[in-house]
Design a binder for this molecule. Structure first.
Ligand SMILES: [Zn+2]
Length: 297
């Protein structure tokens, strides 16, 4: 092989290598560039537990996996104060599989301890009205149970059963290191719907609507769901839909699927509660000029 021929080959090789390097660098830059969306959508699924309607739990979770849409599961650690979920190995192995195989889409969150109504504050509550130390002890017990499912599980989000709580609940949740607290948006409060806020390090981001209308007991229609979304979307807010796994019969599952498809056609980002909370705290998710900016500058 002549010198010139080898040199040309080396030169071509060098150019190809450089081009490849630039291509991968620029695509990495595109990936890390912040992007903006008009609204954020978060699905909450409350009440996962063993023993009851596990076919609906699987159907509900499969919907989100199929649609590649994240969902935050509010798991009850010690249902009705009987045995803890740790004693139910099929449920534990199912949960572990979700964490290991679908950790990008599934967040494990804590939904109280027993889900028993221990007080009648605001109708029914597991926590509201109880002394601070009692609430702290109960929430800590539940947190320990959920985190002992697997070392991969680091709880970030707390969802109080019945969406009821008091200041002591917030204090206890904060002290235990959670970063997100999510109940139900209160129509009577001065806080604008779908606008999260930080309360001493804890991101408060309530559900803006629920699949079930708890006042009437009726399941919301597709049009009602769209209306509740539009209300938040028009204000560039965070739409959090509260669902319950046992409501996912075939009809409601297809309704939610259709609703997901509708929202996929809008300018939104789907995410888990905990991811939103983390990003909101470290400002990789922030609101500027009516848009949500997601990502680092
Ligand atoms: Zn519940």
């Amino acid at each position: 092989m002549s010198h010139t021929y080898r040199d040309i080959l080396l030169l071509i090789g060098g150019i190809l290598l450089a081009a490849l390097l630039m291509l991968s660098l620029s695509s990495a830059m595109i990936r890390s560039l912040p992007h903006k969306v008009k609204a954020i959508v978060i699905f909450r699924m409350d009440d996962p537990q063993p023993y009851w309607q596990s076919d609906k739990l699987k159907r509900a979770i499969d919907l989100f996996l199929e649609e590649k849409v994240p969902v935050t599961l509010g798991i009850i650690p010690k249902v009705m104060n009987k045995s803890t979920i740790l004693e139910h190995s099929p449920f534990i192995s199912y949960t572990k599989d979700l964490v290991y195989l679908h950790g990008d889409l599934i967040e494990i969150a804590q939904h109280g301890l027993t889900h028993l109504a221990l007080s009648k504050v605001r109708g029914a509550s597991e926590f509201a009205g109880l002394p601070f130390h009692k609430q702290l002890e109960m929430i800590k017990e539940g947190k320990n149970i959920l985190e002992s499912i697997d070392p991969e599980i680091k709880l970030r989000s707390f969802i109080p059963p019945f969406d009821t709580f008091d200041n002591n609940t917030i204090e206890a949740v904060r002290e235990l290191g959670f970063i997100v607290f999510s109940a139900m948006y209160d129509e009577d409060s001065s806080i604008e719907i779908g606008q999260p806020y930080v309360d001493k390090g804890l991101v408060i981001i309530h559900a803006t609507s629920s699949l079930k209308n708890w006042d009437t007991g009726a399941i919301r229609s597709y049009n009602e769901l769209r209306e509740s979304f539009s209300r938040v979307y028009s204000k560039c807010g965070v739409f959090v839909l509260e669902t319950h796994y046992f409501l996912f019969d075939e009809k409601n599952t297809e309704k939610i699927r259709k609703f997901i498809h509708y929202m996929k056609g809008k300018d939104v980002a789907f995410m888990k509660l905990g991811d939103f909370g983390e990003g909101y705290l470290n400002r990789t998710i922030r609101k500027e000029d009516g848009y949500w900016i997601i990502g680092k500058d």
